[in-house]
Design a protein around this ligand. Sequence first.
Ligand code: MN
Length: 542
Amino acid sequence: MSLDFHDPLSVGSEISRTSDLGSSINVKRPDRLDSLLNIRKIVVVGSSGTGKTTVVNAVRDVDGVYVPKRSLTRPPRENDDLVENGHVTPERFSELVEAGEIAVYWTRKMEGDRTERYGFVPTSPDDGVVTVFSGNNALYNNRVSINPEGVLDDDTVWVGVYASVDTLVARLKARSPDMVSGRPEEFAYRISDRPENVLPHVDFVVNTDGEFGDGQGPEDFRKLVCRLVELARREYVVTSGAKYADIDVVASVAAYSELLRLLGKNARAVITAPFNETVPSTVRSWNLPVEKSFEADSENVRFVLADISDPNYVESFVDVNRVVQVFDHHVGMEDFWDNRLEGASGIEPVGACATLIWERFKSYGKDNQISTTVANLLYTAIYSNTLALNSSVTTERDKTALDELSRYVKLPDDWGSQYYREIEENIVRDVVGAVSNDTKRLGIGGENYVIAQLEVWDAGRLLSDPDFIEKIKAGMGVDDLVDERWFLNLVSIGEGRSYIITSSDVTQAKLGSAISADFSSGGAVGVTDQLFLRKQIIPLLV
Ligand SMILES: [Mn+2]
């Protein structure tokens, strides 16, 4: 997979770029580390005598780490570590593989045509978040022998343990005098595997040179592993603004947290703000994967913001210093976030934030794993935010996203009109409240305006209410004696036009020239020949 943006979800790059790894640890493959979204396994490799056992022993007691016992087919030697290894016959080894009691295994070529088999017991979910495998060089010299295939690829870092040849010989002599004197071929074979051979095959190298146990190697490795455990336990909380949540917020927050879970992360969606009228009861009944309260904050929580980027308006529980990603289609805060997030902000002027989130599903190749609920949400958010692709904020990207999402949704054929009619129903029930929720007082070109907006499928029902004007004025809080310029923009999506409601003569004249609103039928209702949004009308009033 290749992404055309710096990937803030890469655990590997976070480790290799930001942490102090200690003097004995070096990064060998930064590009491979950049590609790792999760690290759940660590394979420790290195020539005989480099200090693998000591390094692995340094992390056995780390909370969250599991070091499975290793089974191998050679007989035990003097000073062998029987905590690390269980010695079995080749026949017994095959039986254990058959029975599923050895889960990860491989074959090591020894001197002559001798081979030995190595393997580990299976891990259970309770064993810890990171498993440390004490391997050997056969894992890269004889990669094809690794079973199951690919088991040590995706979420695995390879750590090489290195010591100079002199150190290595001295250690082998001290550790296995019986091998050195009794089996010189094996000793010569082991020494022939140069310690530097490991270097091209690993992501990190731990240098253990010096007297056994004296160096910083094991301690530095322990710190590295603790950091990896912390990252494996990291929790992402996807959230948005404090004031209210519209359909775009609900969709974006739910969808991005689902994507993070599909990518192997611990993630949840949290919205404590009230849902507004763009989230009607049918949508609320979809068993939304969104939590309504936020508890249990910890230093290991990271925040992702969706459909908002102004830090002054985010949910109050968000610590801006722990925000790692921002997705928004309202521009203005790009510099603020680009400086903090090294280009990881996703602020782009499209019709809906939901479009940006859907594009991330595709970037990560997770589009065909999207759940029906989340596809329904993203689809509805794009449809709603762009007024069925009619509004001026609509881009080609929104159209493409809506089209692609239509393959994953499960919605009635007339969902668009059904959705808006449900919203319309709520507006009809409380016109004053609905108008009041979307009224803005603005200074435009030196004049004071009060402008409200309602979006419905068909304006007919509202317009036939004899008290409509009085309700609008009550909702907007306007008084003809005080407020000279005011109007309601009643967007009639199914008709593809707007109705402009105002009893102010000066406003009628202004909108007659600005957007050709036709008030010729008399009264307070003007009509346009295309659909306008308030944000399109405002610049035309200057
Ligand atoms: Mn939005």
